[in-house]
Design a protein around this ligand. Structure first.
Ligand code: SAM
Ligand code: CA
Length: 225
């Protein structure tokens, strides 16, 4: 394995190229720009997905004709709003988070964006929420799932999403490069170890077609076979 002796990997892009791609390739809806601006003042603002990722989700939802979507990790609502804006009128998103506080902002923006009726928020530890969905008979019912909550639980979320998403459905997992820390062999941080192990497991998982895209902080596509 390639080893580099710093805590962050060097930027894989030519300096400024991401900004160019965003300036020329992203059409951020006004409501999402407002949410980004408001979240910028939040101490955990860096948890929000970048605008190009929101646009990718909208593109995927439309390309796949997604009707039933699942999100694990809502925060102030950027990814859920971007997803719901692309869903058809009768589309539904089940959004899972543990924080009433963070998701109060999300609820406000769902209303402002006119997508409130498409989203059901479930507050609680997401493993429990996903188990409850399975117990309610929701296996194979989802077209699309986005995993973006606490990293040590990703493996539990992935296993449950593999049951909840239909064959041919898509599971996306965020932060799969951990800002380059996955490369640093002597980095044994809990999140890094968890993500490294999961990357290796998904790579060999015959239940899915998989792709780890160096986009944002690393976005894994796992399409259920
Ligand atoms: N996708 C969001 C966005 O676009 O802004 C960012 C999500 S943020 C990285 C992670 C979220 O996971 C936080 O809102 C946090 O409250 C939530 N979270 C952490 N642990 C959780 C758990 N055990 N169950 C459900 N949600 C959890
Ligand atoms: Ca993330």
């Amino acid at each position: 394995m390639l080893v580099i002796s710093m805590s962050r990997a060097p930027d894989i892009y030519i300096p400024g190229i991401r900004e160019y791609a965003v300036a020329n390739g992203v059409r951020e809806p006004e409501i999402l720009a407002r949410l980004r601006e408001e979240t910028a003042a939040h101490p955990d603002a860096q948890m929000q997905i970048p605008p190009e990722q929101g646009q990718l989700f909208g593109m995927l939802v439309r390309l796949m004709g997604v009707k039933r979507a699942l999100e694990i990790g809502v925060f102030t609502g950027y990814s859920s709003t971007a997803t719901a804006l692309a869903l058809p009128e009768d589309g539904r998103l089940i959004a899972c988070d543990i924080s009433e506080d963070f998701t109060a902002t999300a609820r406000r923006y769902w209303k402002l964006a006119g997508v409130e009726h498409k989203i059901e928020l479930r507050i609680g530890p997401a493993v429990r929420t996903l188990d409850a969905l399975l117990a309610e008979g929701a296996a194979d019912q989802f077209d699309f799932a986005f995993i973006d909550a606490d990293k040590p639980s990703y493996s539990d979320y992935y296993e449950r999403c593999l049951k909840l998403v239909r064959p041919g459905g898509l599971i996306l997992l965020d932060n799969m490069l951990q800002h380059g820390r996955v490369l640093v062999e002597n980095n044994h941080e809990t999140n890094v170890v968890a993500i490294r192990e999961l990357n290796s497991r998904i790579h060999q998982d015959e239940r899915v077609d998989a792709l780890l895209l160096p986009f944002g902080d690393g976005l894994t596509f796992a399409r259920r076979r």
